[in-house]
Ligand binder design. Structure first.
Ligand SMILES: Cc1cc2nc3c(=O)[nH]c(=O)nc-3n(C[C@H](O)[C@H](O)[C@H](O)COP(=O)(O)O)c2cc1C
Length: 227
């Protein structure tokens, strides 16, 4: 696959076939992702690749805690709830997804089912938890490097015909993940990535999220007129 095909063709996949993903293929995808740049080549990232019974225990634990109204428990700062244009974009993609899934605005049960699906890692056969070395805690570089490797991982997955979605829902109850995945105490849990073979008949998988224009995001300095 050409680079443009991968980047432009990738989208978050939230519906999967039940077929297993071979360990060797996940390793190949992680090896590609690990070519990502990192601050001073520190490569602070690590990956816990979970499937089968341990993943089912995480799904069950997350579901139980979220349904019981347990507060979120993440290992990094999340800041304030989104406002203004960030909130608009958050609502924008949610509307696209609900519309694709035929979930109406007042369909509380449908919305709740959708949210719970996220806490089950979208029923994907594999979940990759990205962590970083705790000794680097306090630096913003390490979480940034995890973002870079996670993006590379979802693009590498796409290049191999796999689907993926980076998600916070999978690490909102980090103690559950830590327990069932056996995550070492010297690791900080950063991100969750659901991974598997895309179910192309699942409507939300067809959603193409919007992007703000480059001219809104990029400031060109010193180019001169038309440069
Ligand atoms: C750090 C991060 C956290 C995310 N958390 C979730 C999540 O909890 N649930 C979800 O459905 N999607 C989640 N996403 C996926 C985003 O909604 C998605 O990347 C964005 O809407 C752009 O869509 P695209 O990936 O299809 O291009 C997350 C993405 C990132 C990078």
């Amino acid at each position: 696959m050409q680079f443009d095909e991968v980047v432009l063709g990738r989208r978050s996949i939230r519906g999967y076939k039940p077929d297993p993903v071979p360990r060797a293929l996940v390793k190949e995808v992680i090896a590609l992702a690990m070519r990502s740049p990192s601050s001073m080549n520190t490569q602070p990232w690590n990956f816990y690749v979970i499937t089968g019974e341990p993943l089912n225990r995480i799904r069950a634990g997350d579901t139980e805690r979220m349904q019981a109204g347990a507060p979120q428990s993440r290992e990094f700062r999340i800041g304030k709830p989104f406002e203004g244009k960030h909130r608009e974009r958050q609502i924008g993609v949610a509307k696209q997804l609900f519309s694709a899934m035929g979930i109406a605005r007042d369909d509380k049960d449908g919305r709740q089912d959708w949210v719970m699906r996220g806490f089950r890692q979208f029923d994907a056969p594999v979940c990759v938890i990205v962590t970083y070395d705790r000794v680097l805690h306090g630096s913003d570089d390490a979480p940034g490097d995890c973002g870079a490797v996670a993006t590379a991982l979802v693009n590498a997955a796409k290049s191999r015909g796999l689907g993926a979605v980076i998600n916070s829902q999978g690490i909102m109850q980090s103690p559950v993940v830590r327990e069932h995945a056996g995550i070492a105490e010297d690791q900080v849990i950063m991100k969750s990535i659901a991974l598997g073979w895309p179910d192309f008949s699942f409507p939300a998988n067809a959603v193409i999220s919007e992007r703000k224009p480059v001219d809104e995001a990029a400031v060109f300095v010193g180019f001169g007129e038309g440069g």
